[in-house]
Design a protein around this ligand. Sequence first.
Ligand SMILES: *Cc1c(COP(=O)(O)O)cnc(C)c1O
Length: 424
Amino acid sequence: MKTPFVTKEKLEEIIKEVPTPFHIYDEKGLRANAEAVKKAFSWNKGYREYFAVKALPNPSILKILQEYGCGSDCSSFTELVMAKAVGNTGDMVMYSSNDTPDEEYVFANNMEAIINLDDLTMVECFEKAVGKFPKTMSCRFNPGGVFEVSNGIMDNPGDAKYGMTADQLKEAFRIMKSKGVEHFGIHSFLVSNCLTNDYYPMLAKTLFKLAVEVSQEVGCHIAFINLSGGVGIPYKPEDKGNDIIAIGEGVRKAYEEILVPAGMDDVAIYTEMGRFMTGPYGGLVTTAIHEKHIMKEYIGVDACACNLMRPAMYGSYHHITVMGKEDAPCTEKYDITGSLCENNDKFAIDRMLPKIDMGDILFIHDTGAHGFAMGYNYNGKLRSAEVLLHEDGTWEVIRRAEKPQDYFATFDSLPIYDELIKNM
Ligand SMILES: *Cc1c(COP(=O)(O)O)cnc(C)c1O
């Protein structure tokens, strides 16, 4: 059974000041998980988690994670600015992007971020844009083919736009070494939302072997291996969550089997988890405002896909709790919809739930990663507020909801919003 991290009473208290819909985050859960991640990799001296900012781009969240040693993994200019805003610069920032604009290389390099090149052609692009290589550079590897772990085929890197082949990576290292780069990193991201403790250890083995080969063939110092993101979370009640301690141990075993005998026992392990760091510690809070009985039973809520795109985009499952009816039998079959002019604007389809009454508060689980972050403004919808629930039960708005003023602010040809709505 999945239970919300917040009570109905607490939500009612918050809703008095912050109307639904909004995302709420659980500071206690976030902290406990960040602590566990730190512990799982504490065997590795240089270990660092670079939180994938795109998963939950909010300075308050980045600051909490910073307390556990986490840096920022950025892939755009504004993400770099946000990292800088919370004091993450230098080697606390990983800049992992593809199809990268020149100006962003310049900005990332000025921040002294670690730069991870997506392609061999980017070596020249980077040099042209920046002029000179820093002492440390990283490259993203794509092994091609399909990536299999113990419970089957996980994903198809052969179809992915990211990364370079092993030969290209070696060539990139050779060129950069000849231009003064002294320390190298290897990065790879092969699967998303992987629910097995084997993924990181398997990926680590692949990358460690490659690192030994590259260090011997190119004669360069491999300073870190970046396992990137992809560690999954249990969205469905029946899913079994990952055990980060077991994952850390699995990576340690591979390290001792492959890197240590090759004399490469100074290699730092980096991760760039997003979903695993924040996903379960967020929820979307929304109110049932309409019901409709046609060929199917519909419940209309005040949130829509603009607040949480995953179900519409990937058909993703997000568990829903009707607050106060946790123990009521799930006797009704509903589609839970938003108000967008898009038929895929549904948080759930044919979901068995307790009977929902108008005004009921629905808690949509696991929106702490790629939730608010993937929001958009279709149909003129405005982004919601984000609320942080502190450990002591107090709470704080860590991002206010967008206002119509924000929406109209980018139309330079229009009068200001207050003029527009005069006499409306
Ligand atoms: C999206 C992304 C991540 C984080 O992925 P999760 O699946 O959320 O862990 C890490 N690194 C890069 C380069 C990414 O694009």
